[in-house]
Design a protein around this ligand. Structure first.
Ligand SMILES: NC(=O)c1ccc[n+]([C@@H]2O[C@H](COP(=O)([O-])OP(=O)(O)OC[C@H]3O[C@@H](n4cnc5c(N)ncnc54)[C@H](O)[C@@H]3O)[C@@H](O)[C@H]2O)c1
Length: 280
């Protein structure tokens, strides 16, 4: 049919619908997930494995035994899939080079990166000590940049493109208060930087067939809110039009989608998954 419609121009020929199932897959792909011991990371790793990828979960050395458990769980749940782990610190250049090389050694290559490790400071406030500010920026901003470019450079060497999904946040879109009801500056600024950097990375790497996009979760109970008082979370839930927080599945679904060919025309975009919190 497309040939009949557009006989003489390949560029403008209609490409008829193929199959979502055939495009929404990661069969044969190799995926690296940072912050892989955390709620969102361990969920996207499972989604990737369910779609057919082998995965490497990366987190800090203190989480090694938990990473082992998650890898066993993934291999049990998704027979035939391999799950590996590496440890390190996304805010340290040497460590990034080391764990990316380790992940590539374990998997043989890397096609997908969920660039996800991040922290929040419950004590964020206008007078936050600069050491704490620097630590947060080191992980949330420098980390995304250093891991993103190290993996992109590996993908460029492999000459078959790839997909990178950065974790930004609804806090890149709105200014939400800290538990102490102060409007701290660090977390929102760091996530706005991730959203902006996603666009620069996308513009830079698309010529190599590497698509870079970001996901912006709303509040999802994961581990990142461990030190938050319950009353603060109860208040926060009231601000969500869907009247609840998000589930880990609901973020992993979108990350997995962005990693597959089903999102092949998505480049440098941010997908908000927030139960409607940013509507107003
Ligand atoms: N949960 C939410 O409500 C929410 C909302 C918006 C954005 N996010 C973002 O999602 C991402 C994942 O968070 P989560 O909710 O799964 O929280 P989480 O605390 O469960 O997971 C974050 C993981 O990152 C790891 N990490 C911290 N510092 C690191 C470092 N220097 N090097 C390597 N790993 C490090 C932690 O050990 C942890 O396992 C973060 O970037 C976070 O900012 C979360």
């Amino acid at each position: 049919m497309s040939e009949i419609l557009c006989k003489d121009s390949k560029l403008f020929s209609v490409k008829e619908y193929t199959s979502l199932k055939e495009r929404f897959t990661l069969t044969g792909k190799m995926a690296l997930v940072t912050g892989g011991a955390g709620g969102i990371g361990r969920s996207s790793a499972q989604a990737f494995a369910e779609l057919g990828a082998d995965v490497t979960l990366m987190d800090i050395p203190e989480k090694e035994s938990y990473l082992k458990e998650i890898c066993s769980l993934i291999e049990e749940r998704f027979p035939g899939r391999h799950a590996y782990f590496v440890t390190g610190d996304v805010s340290n250049q040497e460590s990034v080079e080391q764990f990316v090389a380790n992940a590539v050694e374990k998997m043989g290559s890397v096609d997908v990166l969920h660039n996800n490790a991040g922290i929040i400071l419950p004590e964020d406030c206008a007078d936050l000590p600069i050491e704490k500010w620097n630590r947060l920026m080191g992980i949330n901003v420098n980390g995304i940049m250093m891991v993103g470019r190290a993996v992109a450079n590996q993908m460029i060497k492999q000459e078959r493109g790839g997909a990178i999904v950065n974790t930004a946040s609804m806090s890149a879109h709105i200014i939400n208060p800290s538990p102490n009801e102060e409007y701290g500056f660090s977390y929102c600024a760091s996530k706005a930087a991730v959203m902006s950097m996603t666009k620069s990375m996308a513009a830079n790497y698309i010529k190599y067939g590497i698509r870079v996009n970001s996901v912006s979760p709303g509040v999802v109970i994961s581990g990142i809110h461990d030190n938050y008082p319950e009353f603060v979370l109860k208040e926060a839930a009231k601000a969500v039009p869907i009247h609840r927080f998000g589930y880990l599945d609901e973020i992993a679904d979108v990350v997995a989608f962005l990693a597959t060919e089903a999102a092949s025309f998505m480049v440098g975009t941010d997908v908000l998954v927030d139960g409607g919190q940013c509507i107003n």
